[in-house]
Design a protein around this ligand. Structure first.
Ligand code: SF4
Length: 662
């Protein structure tokens, strides 16, 4: 089979926009017109897609006498099989964890899930899914699927684009410049809600800079404004939703003045945004990981009551209230960072969902999968990745990590290293050695995205073909081949893993996952296909819920008595609210990471900091050192740090910090 197809292009492996590109001069990439970059644009990062990777692995390594030594593939596979089989023999299939990654293709993530489940465990996950955990869960529970509801090109029909907790101008620049910027040029109003002004703010008509952690409250206040202005879409609410009366009643109890004060906003500015949203025919919302800070933790994969979602739920309330779902130019776009984050979830590389977002607890779904695999998946959901790490060395004895580096996370690095070191066996499939391979018993050299065949799914559900536009180094193998080789060698895996290529796996995925039914691999040769049924707009007539309607949920930012939850008044405490940019798991924007502390000039004067001063930023029992810069776009009362600098403070639980020059 010729996998190179009719074009010389593949999909950029560096973020979830999914631009088409091809080799250009030297090791530079050139853009090719594709669905997500119709004018063939690439960002500064995209042009580096073919640059070499330092320390590229070209042969397997196994740990002998405490050191990783080179070996052949047969010996390496033997060691992996020994490690997994020993764990299963000692404590059953749930003693093995499989961690996938958004850098793998849809087919590779599907195979990883199939391998885990046919071995007998649902302990399969990918860390990227935790980047948007509260938004994905709110969408899945209330609308049906954890995915963007519309399309990038549909943004051109929006009268208002509301960006909350995202900086797409820096993080998804081609999507921003190809779809958002032209819409704004044509008259769409851009509203940016973010405590920090950034590149996206530069194009915005309105910037609301609420206190950190108050996005949910701001969105509740906007719902209240829409109701007070009589701008709710009553016909939509009546025909398509549940729970409006309770929602409106509880919203009516909101102490508006206290809420505006707690959010630190100007009431007139908030009222103006409420009118813009309420009077617009079509409102499209874009969210990033910033919205995750306003509900459960982005690292928290568990949720007992299933309704503690924060800002994402408040935003869905606003869209339902104004009838902004199910039409082109409306809905919610999840601007993901990592390249195949959406596809990894779609393909079932998650502990509680089979391919196509089917619950593992659903007997019909398990039967559908079993008909194809010949083996029924376990009915009990597996353990999410964050909790699996806690179980390393306890109930989990062996792990297979594909294209992931769990040693680097927001958690205490010493604790993570201890957990990795507590495993009896660790296999890592990777391009080069990194922090996690230091604990591996086996390291298998993998092929890179631009060397692969298969499909990936971008941030607006478009499935696109990858083509091997450059050759992998001698000795490296694709995750696809490695997973099939391991499955053939592992005792207890009875399912078929003999495939002529990724096209056959994709065909199997479309038979197993109803969301992907009817998609032909060959039809993806020159374009893309949005699941389900190539539909650019989800929920036109009904939501994918049992009764076809979407529920309102009560505003989560207020106590039962209607009072606004206590305001985090940083000034009163003599500190600054910490705002973290560039969260873990999100692709970096163009240019180097800015590691400086950004503070408002008024705050800098108050605490005696000059531009360029060395400063200690302290919170909890943690302190980090950096230099200061003054920035009028940073909200007064806040301290802005990139995640790479702020993570120790975040791990220490610091939401307020002190800044001291030294
Ligand atoms: Fe690659 Fe993303 Fe840049 Fe497009 S926007 S070129 S997908 S990094």
């Amino acid at each position: 089979m010729d996998e190179r197809g009719p074009t010389d292009a593949t999909v950029c492996p560096l973020c979830a926009v999914g631009c088409h590109l091809a080799p250009g001069d030297g090791d530079r990439a050139e853009g090719r017109a594709g669905p997500a970059n119709p004018e063939g644009r690439l960002c500064q990062k995209g042009v580096t897609a073919f640059e070499g990777i330092d320390g590229r692995l070209t042969e397997p390594r196994v740990r002998e006498g405490g050191a990783l030594v080179s070996t052949g593939w047969s010996r390496a596979y033997e060691r992996v099989v020994e490690g997994i089989e020993a764990a299963v023999a000692a404590a059953g299939p749930d003693a093995v964890a499989f961690l996938g990654a958004p850098n793998s293709t849809n087919e590779e993530n599907y195979l990883l899930g199939k391998l885990a489940r046919t071995l007998g465990t649902n302990n399969v996950d990918n860390r990227a899914r935790h980047c948007h955990v509260s938004t994905a869960r709110a969408l899945a529970e209330r609308f049906g699927w954890p995915a963007t509801t519309g399309s990038l090109e549909g943004l051109s029909d929006a009268d208002v684009i509301l960006v909350v907790g995202a900086n797409p101008a820096a993080r998804q620049p081609v999507a921003f410049n190809s779809f958002v910027r032209p819409a704004v040029t044509d008259g769409t109003t851009l509203i940016h809600v973010d405590p920090v002004g950034n590149r996206t703010t530069r194009l915005a008509d309105v910037h609301l800079a609420p206190r950190p952690g108050t996005d949910a409250l701001v969105l509740d206040l906007l719902c209240e404004r829409v109701l007070d202005d009589g701008a709710a879409d009553e016909a939509f609410v009546e025909a398509r939703t549940n729970g409006f009366e309770d929602f409106a009643s509880e919203l009516g109890d909101l102490d508006d003045a206290a809420g505006v004060d707690a959010a630190g906003l100007d009431a007139d500015a908030l009222g103006r945004v409420g009118r813009l949203v309420g009077e617009a025919d079509r409102v499209a919302a874009i969210v990033g990981t910033g919205i995750e800070a306003n509900g459960e933790s982005a690292d928290d994969g568990d949720d007992d009551d299933g309704r503690d979602h924060g800002a994402a739920d408040s935003l869905l309330n606003l869209l339902l209230l104004t009838g902004n779902v199910g039409r082109r130019g409306s809905g919610l776009s999840v601007f993901r960072g990592p390249p195949n984050e959406q596809g990894a979830i779609d393909a079932g590389c998650v502990p509680d969902r089979l391919p196509g977002h089917q619950p593992v607890t659903d007997p019909d779904a398990r039967a559908r999968v079993a008909a194809e695999w010949g083996v029924e998946p376990p009915a009990r959901p597996g353990t999410p990745a964050t909790d699996l790490l806690t179980e390393f060395g306890e109930s989990v004895r062996a792990a297979v990590v594909v294209g992931e580096n769990p040693a680097v996370s927001k958690r205490d690095p010493d604790w993570v290293r201890r957990r990795l070191g507590a495993l009896d066996h660790l296999t890592v499939v990777e391009l080069a050695e990194h922090e996690t391979t230091a604990y591996a018993d086996v390291v298998l050299p993998a092929a890179a995205g631009v060397e692969k065949v298969g499909t990936v799914t971008n941030l607006d559900r478009q499935i696109q073909r990858l083509r091997p536009v450059v050759d992998p180094p001698e000795g490296a193998r694709t995750d696809f081949r490695i997973l099939c080789d391991l499955a053939a060698r592992l005792s207890g895996v009875e399912a078929n893993f003999e495939y002529a290529g990724p096209a056959e796996v994709f065909a199997e995925l479309t038979r197993v996952a109803p969301t992907h039914a009817g998609v032909e691999y060959a039809d993806l040769a020159a374009g893309s296909y949005r699941w389900p049924a190539d539909e650019a707009v989800l929920y036109r007539d009904r939501f994918e819920t049992p009764d076809g309607r979407a529920p309102f949920v009560s505003p989560p930012t207020r106590s039962p008595g209607g009072a606004v939850e206590p305001d985090s008044d940083a000034d009163a405490r003599g500190g600054l609210d910490l705002v973290v940019g560039g969260r873990a798991g999100e692709a970096d924007g163009d240019g180097p990471t800015d590691r400086r502390l950004r503070v408002h000039p008024t705050d800098a004067e108050r605490i005696g900091v000059e531009p360029g001063d060395s400063v200690a930023v302290s919170g909890g029992d943690c302190s980090v050192e950096t230099t200061a810069t003054l920035d009028g776009s940073v909200r007064q009362g806040t301290a802005f740090l990139h995640a790479a600098v702020a993570d120790p403070l975040v791990r220490a639980g610091a939401s307020t910090v002190r800044v001291e020059p030294f």
